[in-house]
Design a protein around this ligand. Structure first.
Ligand SMILES: Nc1ncnc2c1ncn2[C@@H]1O[C@H](COP(=O)(O)OP(=O)(O)OP(=O)(O)O)[C@@H](O)[C@H]1O
Ligand SMILES: [Mg+2]
Length: 263
């Protein structure tokens, strides 16, 4: 059987007495979209932080294309091909859209500071070509952002900020893109556009895979190949959404949240 692109085994982390992620197994194949759902505080973002190297797991492993990347620093994991967005926006508001995407490309450009000083013409040529690529990337992620590429990111409405974050994640030419609640702050129309954007990006980039944390059930019902449900740090279900949603333990996890919200 073919090895998955990304393989998470027995992944666990504890913060003091709290086990935030416990013994999670998760697989993501090439050209696959997996959505991760679960109540607030279930451990979804922490799982992304473990995979992307922001936290070091207390147990378990993360493997990318057969290579064990457990415990690697975040910048090395990014360079190896795992890109991500954050639940709360991390754009540079005082930079243009183009510069925000250029920053995402820095793992790929070869010119360092010293080289830029010694060979300014080469550095400028490389920067110009990177700027062209960043422009093309903005256009491919969201045609309507493209005319605004020279404006400041701080002026963008929420839905466009989410789009720009996806463009920046793609700038490192990743194999896996992890999105933490990309539709938050989006209305139904923006969410439909997001679904279409992700589908188009996958069609344009053979092999690219997405791991998406989502609360919007319309997106979860239509976009992914598979859905993994996290509750109290554990994966309690994994499969087709139409079946997963009917499982009593999944319904109980969400009912528990409703009860807590109304308490
Ligand atoms: N750095 C940390 N130190 C201590 N506790 C943490 C830390 N990060 C997360 N936690 C705790 O781990 C648990 C899981 O949090 P996490 O943010 O992963 O949940 P989530 O599923 O992403 O929730 P939401 O849907 O609200 O974003 C929570 O109880 C949270 O308070
Ligand atoms: Mg979260």
């Amino acid at each position: 059987m073919k090895k998955p692109l990304l393989e998470v085994r027995d992944l666990s982390i504890r913060f003091g007495g709290l086990v935030a992620v416990a013994e999670v197994d998760l697989e993501l194949n090439a050209s696959e979209i997996v959505c991760m759902i679960g109540p607030n505080g279930a451990g979804k973002s922490t799982l992304l932080n473990l995979i992307s190297g922001i936290y070091t797991p207390s147990r378990g492993s993360v493997t990318l294309e057969g290579q064990d990347i457990t415990g690697w620093p975040a910048h090395r994991i990014a360079a190896a091909g795992i890109a991500r967005t954050f639940q709360s926006s991390r754009l540079f508001n005082d930079l243009t859209l183009l510069d925000n995407v250029l920053i995402g490309m820095h793992t790929r450009t070869s010119t360092g500071v010293l080289q830029a000083l010694l060979r300014p013409a080469k550095a400028r040529a490389e920067l110009e070509s990177a700027a062209e690529q960043a422009s093309a990337l903005i256009r491919s992620v969201s045609p309507h952002l493209y005319p605004r590429r020279h404006t400041l990111a701080g002026a963008l409405p929420q839905a466009d900020r989410r789009r720009l974050e996806i463009a920046r994640a793609l700038a490192s030419e990743p194999k896996v893109v992890m999105l933490d609640e990309p539709s938050s702050g989006m209305d139904d129309r923006d969410t439909d556009a997001l679904i279409a954007d992700v589908r188009r990006l996958m069609a344009e980039r053979p092999g690219l895979s997405f791991l998406i944390i989502e609360h919007d059930m319309r997106l979860v019902a239509t976009l992914p190949d598979r859905v993994a449900v996290i509750d109290y740090g554990r994966k309690i279900a994994d499969g087709d959404f139409s079946q997963v949603r009917l499982l009593p333990r999944v319904q109980e996890a969400y009912l528990g949240q409703k009860a807590a919200n109304h308490a």
